[in-house]
Design a protein around this ligand. Structure first.
Ligand code: F6R
Length: 244
């Protein structure tokens, strides 16, 4: 990774989260239509839910096919069965995969027993990566301090992230303590990256990511080392940017 050059990510601010999600959904849908064999990097969590809903609706209207698309998800908890309702595989099945024509064998999740970065390379690399952002600036499960050249590996979740994700499990002590996550280096290897952030809780992390020099203390700020990054925000997530 060349850290001599710093780029300014493109920033798009929509007035609300529905518009931000539909903007992102269209960007991806257009790319899939232009190249039906696209390889996507996908995220889980609350942020992309409306994006996936939009793709399902386009698919039902015969406007979007995933038949030739390959996907690599960013992360997965360690210790949950693939069918556990909170596994990221179950999330993706429920939100997207089950409702579209994607080939199951082209959907990938990191696991402790495979070299995920080699699998991504063998598939030709990720063309377009969708990211969310944690309130602490994490991308995937790359918590503050994650090295810029990190690859897919086992990571410990921080108390912040465990607390934030307890909303999906009902209680913090049910959240796994470890996960396997693509690294910052794995993410920066994608050809193009779109980060979606919605809601006031993300405003500080967004402003830190865009308004400070790249630094491992805010992992999303390291995206400034990539030449083709777009942040799509709603007004709340963009509220702490200079000029807002
Ligand atoms: C999920 C992921 C995480 C989330 C982030 C935001 O695959 O990689 O980095 O994008 O924790 O989560 P939400 O969208 O639930 O606020």
């Amino acid at each position: 990774m060349n850290t001599d050059v710093i780029y300014s990510p493109k920033v798009i601010v929509e007035s609300n989260s529905a518009d931000a999600s539909s903007r992102v959904a269209s960007m991806f849908a257009n790319s899939i239509q232009a190249n039906p064999q696209l390889t996507l990097g996908l995220a889980t969590g609350g942020t992309p839910v409306d994006v996936y809903r939009d793709w399902v609706s386009r698919h039902r209207q015969s406007q979007l096919s995933f038949a030739g698309v390959t996907t690599f998800n960013l992360d997965e908890y360690i210790g949950l069965d693939r069918d556990h309702p909170q596994s990221f595989r179950s999330f993706m099945e429920g939100q997207l995969f089950r409702h579209v024509d994607i080939d199951d064998s082209r959907t990938h999740f990191p696991s402790v027993d495979r070299d995920y970065d080699s699998a991504i390379r063998l598939a030709g690399g990720i063309d377009l990566q969708l990211l969310g952002i944690g309130t602490n600036g994490h991308i995937a499960f790359n918590e503050p301090g994650s090295p810029i050249d990190s690859l897919t590996r086992e990571v410990e979740l921080t108390p912040d992230t465990i607390a934030a994700n307890s909303r999906y499990f009902g209680a913090a002590d049910l959240v796994p303590r470890t996960a396997i996550s693509m690294g910052i280096g794995s993410i920066l290897a994608a050809r193009q990256i779109v980060l979606l952030a919605t809601g006031e809780s993300k405003a500080k992390a967004v402003s830190h990511s865009l308004g400070s020099p790249p630094c491992a203390s805010c992992p999303a700020s390291l995206l400034q080392y990539h030449p083709l990054v777009t942040f799509v925000l709603d007004a709340e997530a963009g509220s702490m940017l200079a000029g807002n």
